[in-house]
Design a binder for this molecule. Sequence first.
Ligand SMILES: [Zn+2]
Ligand SMILES: [Zn+2]
Length: 425
Amino acid sequence: MQAPSLTAQMAEFRAPPGTHDVLPPQSARWERLVALFARRAGRAGYQLVVTPVFEELAVFSRVGVETDVVRKEMYDFLDKGGRRLALRPEGTAPVVRAFVQHRPLTPFKAWYAAPSFRYERPQAGRYRQHHQLGVEALGTEDPELDVEVVTLAYEVCREVGLAGVTLLLNSLGDDACRPPYLGALAAYLAERAGQLCDEHRERAAANPLRVLDCKREACATATADAPRLLDNLCDACRQHFEQVTAGLSALGVPFTLAPRLVRGLDYYTRTTFELQSPALDAAQNALGGGGRYGRLAESLGGPPTPGIGFGVGVERILLAADHEGVFPPPASAVDVWVVDTTGGREATRLAHRLRTAGVACDRSFDGRSMKAQLKSADRAGARLAAIVGAHEAAAGTVTLKDLATGEQEEVPREDVAKLVEERLR
Ligand SMILES: [Zn+2]
Ligand SMILES: [Zn+2]
């Protein structure tokens, strides 16, 4: 039997299960989305923070041992030095770890764009590597900060053009009011354990809040009349929540109270929110979400520092945008195509001149024919062709051709950048 040739083997390679490549023109939407997010966050005083893609496993496992993410989805591994590391499953813990390590002045307002990893069964819309945009703000419990953060998340979705976004809002209370509430909820669930779904029959006591968030009908029915945390907040938490809702109303940010909303990680306190899109199916309709966290900095070895943040999924937002028919990829990669029938050096010079002047332009290679070069110009969606043939090369001119109308004009080479800009305006 013959060994498979190297090229045959190469052809077998695929992106690993649960991952995906992002190529043009889709990648242009990513670029625009990240830029939009950076602009919005920057305008509100958030600055870029970049943390490693992997951290010590404990950075994530400390944030809650009973969460699904930690229990079964962490993408963890031993490195060659025997360190137990994990690819970041979410964006908050790494930023808080960096905050604790570097102790910047507060309030500390950070934004990030980073991949997140979860080792789960690959299925439609669920990735082992997905991409998140998010912010974290540390150093104050002021409810006006909650308003700022929630509004930012909402406005990003709106600027993308997502008209169908729903903002769900809840308070998870704090150390004063949550424990007694959890006791009451656990007792309620214990009486109905037999009616809960398979997953929660055993685990209801360990994390009763998750049962409220369970999408299965058994749990939904059994908990229809369960006590609600929103009705059992202490005075401080109630006041805080009222200021958040009043602040959002003052800005005209519409929200829906969602007493069952629980985020996947245990460290959240008080304000918790989620952005949903009807364009995504029920199991994964969250574009993202976030909330306030009280003890995270402390649990990572820092001084007690309250914080709040959110993350939204790039893939989810673009999927929702597709469903709503908004945020399309740009029609063209470049504005101008430089056509050179004299061998290619003229195109090199002219493209350089245009690019230096700030014009997005491209050119063909390999001495293709005029027809082939104009075809490439069409394919790129260019509006103008800047043509140099033997005549133009000798005369020191360029022929500008409007690719929509076919109209053309020969212009002096010195003026070409200025004239191109005028035509593109
Ligand atoms: Zn359940
Ligand atoms: Zn409270």
